[in-house]
Design a protein around this ligand. Structure first.
Ligand code: GLU
Length: 288
């Protein structure tokens, strides 16, 4: 089976060190497995999109020597496919209409199953939720190890079509990963908590879930995750060669100082990348 990896940024701002680290980690894993690496822009939420961010993200990745093996996909173009999958889950009884607003939900945020057997009289259908399986979800993360999650205890039936009509991230990301033949998902540890939900969807859609590798978060001096929407320094203001080496060090690798080009660094990564060296603890952003 060919290894297929991907980097799937939302165009909500410029890439910063944390998102660059996720891109580098996923690219390195694809090199290690002699596989293909794809870029998919997750632009399904127009309100959060920053004008120009798509092009700037793709250009930044290129400056760091990372180019998609296939034309870059915009997730918004898969809308009809996402809708068809949601319809199919509805027909199979694996998803249901929900009339609850945020105010109807308990403070825990765990869905109590109110509309599982039909929207109560006096309420209108607002969103669509996926019926979580009864059995716990188990998976092995290459960095964070063995995980087990009972979805009914942690989130409950979760939204796959939002009340505003938009397809939810959980559904869109799984459908696109399946359609693109992704065999390993490498991304930031902020999404570790989404993985069990996504595995449940992979299984409901009759697909073999991929391998998972979550990368440590890059944090500022207050231990807060760097975010595209916060004031994190954009990577396009930074020298690519030195920044790439810094990111590899942050990922526990030891590229020699004597590598004098981006190409040389990736050549080195191909032969020397060691997955087991990736740390799981949050990494302080250098120079902040
Ligand atoms: N689009 C998501 C983000 O930028 C990442 C999706 C994923 O890697 O699964 O946070």
């Amino acid at each position: 089976m060919t290894y297929v990896g991907r980097f799937a940024p939302s165009p909500t701002g410029d890439l910063h060190l944390g998102s660059l680290l996720a891109a580098v980690g996923s690219y390195a894993q694809a090199l290690l497995h002699d596989g293909r690496w794809l870029i998919r822009i997750e632009d399904i939420d127009p309100a959060r999109q920053v004008p120009g961010a798509v092009d700037r993200q793709i250009n930044d990745l290129k400056r760091f020597g990372m180019v998609s093996a296939e034309p870059v996909i915009l997730q918004s173009q898969s809308r009809a496919r996402h809708d068809a999958v949601i319809d199919d889950l509805m027909v199979r009884g694996l998803a249901f209409n929900c009339g609850c607003s945020r105010a109807d939900l308990p403070a825990s945020g765990i869905y109590p199953g109110t509309c599982r057997n039909g929207v109560p009289a006096g309420k209108d259908a607002r969103s669509i939720r996926f019926r979580v399986p009864d059995d716990p979800i188990q998976f092995n993360d290459a960095v964070f190890g063995q995980r087990i999650e009972q979805l009914s205890d942690t989130v409950g039936d979760f939204v796959i079509r939002r009340a505003d009509g938009l397809v939810a991230y959980q559904l869109a990301v799984v459908v696109d990963d399946i359609d693109q033949g992704v065999t390993e998902v490498v991304r930031g540890a902020d999404l570790l908590g989404s993985t069990a939900r996504q595995i449940a969807l992979w299984q409901a859609l009759g697909a073999e879930p991929p391998s998972w590798l979550h990368l440590p978060l890059v944090v500022d001096q207050d231990q807060q995750k760097l975010g595209k929407s916060t004031d994190a320094d954009p990577v396009h203001a930074q020298p690519p060669l030195q920044t790439l080496k810094t990111v590899l060090h942050m990922l526990g690798q030891q590229p020699p100082e004597a590598l004098h080009s981006i190409d040389a660094v990736w050549q080195w990564v191909r032969g020397h990348w060691q997955t087991r060296r990736i740390p799981s603890q949050p990494i302080p952003s250098p120079g902040r």
